[in-house]
Ligand binder design. Structure first.
Ligand code: ADP
Ligand code: MG
Length: 282
């Protein structure tokens, strides 16, 4: 049977905004020594500003194709593009979202795509050098490179202190995984004081990294993500932690722990509560 103090622990965590979905997860959380973070929407806000739009097509046309496609995505990138686009997005048919790549579809009968270098490569289109620093979205129209949009995100206010606090609370390894490009990953990692990160990953690559870290770790492995494209990795980790505010329904469902207000520092709080609870019952 479950010790009574576990319920007090779960209750305490829930008051702090950390929903622990069962006493087994509380126990696992107390034994975590490796924390793996997704980047976008977890360590960063997931609210991108558009910094540069660059042709061959005129800027407004690039953005129009981008907005048309992104109206069909729930990725944080999509919301940001739609916010930057002032008009009403055009209708799209044959929409296909490819996780970790981007979106393709037919805009008024013209084949269009938006996504990273991997997406263009898969379409047989060569992507030029980025015109700016940040997350680069390439737009292709009618099978040709049509332009790029450089967007930038912001680090969450409590992200850096979270990384530090984990180290001070018995976490031996902290890692960031991202599907974003290595330049962005390196810049975010540096700002956070994170030495270990992997970029350009597909959702299945994230699963493999978490599996490898689970073999290396002495304790338990937590994965923290917003869950967009990340449901498989949330399930793979010993304890899957989802951001409840920006997170997808699928992620909140797949997670063992939900952080209600999306602050990564809540993870530290949840770990402290669970450790205290376990010591009490020992
Ligand atoms: P992460 O959460 O680690 O940043 P994702 O796997 O969600 O990574 O996405 C990785 C990359 O795939 C993004 O940085 C972007 O380049 C591309 N991508 C994914 N979804 C979209 C989308 N809806 N529109 C444009 N690009 C996308
Ligand atoms: Mg993500």
């Amino acid at each position: 049977s479950v010790p009574l103090s576990f319920f007090a622990g779960i209750g305490g965590a829930s008051k702090a905004g950390v929903l622990i979905k069962g006493s087994n997860h509380l126990e696992t959380l107390a034994k975590v020594d490796t924390v793996v973070f997704d980047k976008t929407g977890t360590l960063t806000e997931g609210k991108f500003g558009v910094d540069e739009v660059s042709g061959p097509l005129p800027e407004n046309e690039i953005l129009a194709y981008a907005a048309a496609l992104e109206q069909h995505s729930s990725h944080p990138i999509a919301q940001s593009i739609l916010k930057a686009y002032q008009g009403t997005p055009q209708a799209v048919t044959e929409v296909q979202e490819v996780a970790g790549h981007g979106i393709t579809g037919s805009v008024q009968g013209v084949q269009a795509a938006i996504g990273n270098q991997k997406l263009l490569q898969s379409l047989g289109i060569t992507a030029p050098e980025p015109v700016g620093v940040g997350t680069v979205l390439y737009v292709a129209v009618a099978g040709k490179y049509a332009g790029q949009i450089v967007i930038n995100d912001q680090i969450k206010p409590d992200a850096k202190e979270t990384i530090q606090a984990l180290g001070q609370n018995g976490v031996k390894t902290t890692v960031m995984l991202t599907g974003d490009n290595p330049q962005v990953a390196q810049s975010v990692a540096k700002k956070l004081g994170l030495t270990k990160f992997f970029a350009g990953l597909l959702p299945e690559d994230k699963v493999h990294h978490v599996e490898a870290l689970t073999k290396e770790a002495q304790g338990k492995v937590a994965f923290v993500g917003d869950g967009i494209n990340d449901a498989p990795v949330l399930v793979t980790a010993d304890v899957g932690v989802a951001m409840g505010g920006v997170g997808s329904d699928a992620a909140i469902e797949a997670a063992d722990v939900v952080i209600m207000n999306d602050q990564p520092s809540k993870l530290v709080q949840g770990m402290k509560i669970s450790r205290k609870t376990l010591k009490i019952v020992k």
